[in-house]
Design a binder for this molecule. Structure first.
Ligand code: C5P
Length: 300
């Protein structure tokens, strides 16, 4: 086999409920992940050694060395099946870097699927997900795609039934936010406000809205516990969200740990208008439209 290409989607969290800080430094979560049609593409080809090249949007902000999550995934899989990680990974990025849309996790998921095929490993979906969880909490979802509830660190997944397709506009920001920094700010804000942190639960309202395809209900059921922390670290996002709501978004929230903001539109046509209006309002570096749910990492 000479080359394997894998397409992998970004995610937005429709619900992100953050529980108490655990002893291992992670937080117990209830996360409703939703895969959207904004894709990175990774191509794996045989080589003498492990090489990574990143191209596309903000490629220069992605590490191309040993820290690259796709490289780590390839190395982990090679170790697991007892081969040398002799592969060249070319990553074409469209998912914003450090944007709260799990772009790094997506590339790790793509590398697992591509190298599994290239090396004829034939691991099961569950085995790949287990390797993925060792790389990052969002990697198992990038493999699965669709819409799913994640518990634990977010790595233990159950698919959620969805009726139809939802249309989104994403407002991309200048520069990323560090996920650990946003979680730490969330803890700090909670402590400062003397907030009692309860074990998180999935929202029945949200799950019902997804099952019935009720877009208005979905818009008003979107929640993200990391949003106050992201807004504290990047105050300009407050205006981005307000303007999006004023322009008619059915729901507006920070995506994951941010700084990308997600706006739910009523239809594809509405998303087109909303994206143009957000761009005109000058509240984002750029905007991009996408729909969800879409499948996880697949060979193309
Ligand atoms: O799992 P991943 O490496 O993507 O997580 C990045 C960071 O995000 C962790 O080091 C931790 O600070 C934070 N995190 C968390 N609780 C989770 C997931 C991530 O605190 N459930």
């Amino acid at each position: 086999m000479t080359a394997v290409s894998v397409r992998v989607p970004a995610k937005v969290n429709l619900q992100l409920s953050v529980g108490p800080l655990r002893d291992d430094g992670y937080h117990d979560l209830v996360s409703v992940f939703h895969a959207v049609s904004l894709f990175d593409e990774l191509t794996a080809t045989p080589a003498d050694d492990l090489f990574v090249r990143v191209e596309g949007t903000s490629a220069e902000e992605v590490p191309a060395d040993d820290d690259n999550l796709a490289a780590r995934a390839a190395r982990l899989l090679a170790e697991r099946i007892g081969v040398r990680p002799a592969v060249r990974l070319r990553i074409h990025k469209a998912i914003p870097v450090a944007g709260g849309m799990a772009g790094g996790s997506a590339d790790a998921a793509a590398a697992l699927v591509a190298c599994d095929r290239l090396w004829g490993a034939g691991l099961t979906a569950a085995e790949l997900a287990e390797l993925g969880a060792a790389i990052g909490s969002d990697v198992p979802f990038a493999l699965l795609g669709g819409t799913a509830i994640g518990v634990g660190r977010g790595e233990r997944l159950t698919p959620v039934p969805v009726d139809g397709r939802f249309h989104w506009v994403f407002a991309l920001a200048d520069g990323g936010l560090s996920t650990p920094a946003v979680y730490a700010e969330c803890d700090r804000l909670r402590e400062r406000h003397g907030e009692k942190v309860r074990p998180p639960e999935a929202s029945d309202r949200l799950i019902d809205a997804l099952a019935t395809g009720d877009v208005k209900e979905l818009g008003s059921a979107l929640t993200n516990d990391l949003q106050p922390a992201a807004l504290a670290l990047r105050p300009s996002l407050r205006r981005t969200l307000t303007v999006g709501r004023e322009l008619g978004a059915l729901g507006a929230l920070v995506s994951g740990s941010g700084p990308t903001c997600a706006f739910l539109a009523e239809s594809d046509a509405h998303a087109l208008d909303l994206a143009a209006a957000l761009s005109d309002a000058g509240v984002a570096r750029s905007t991009v439209r996408a729909y969800g749910p879409v499948p996880g990492a697949i060979v193309v």
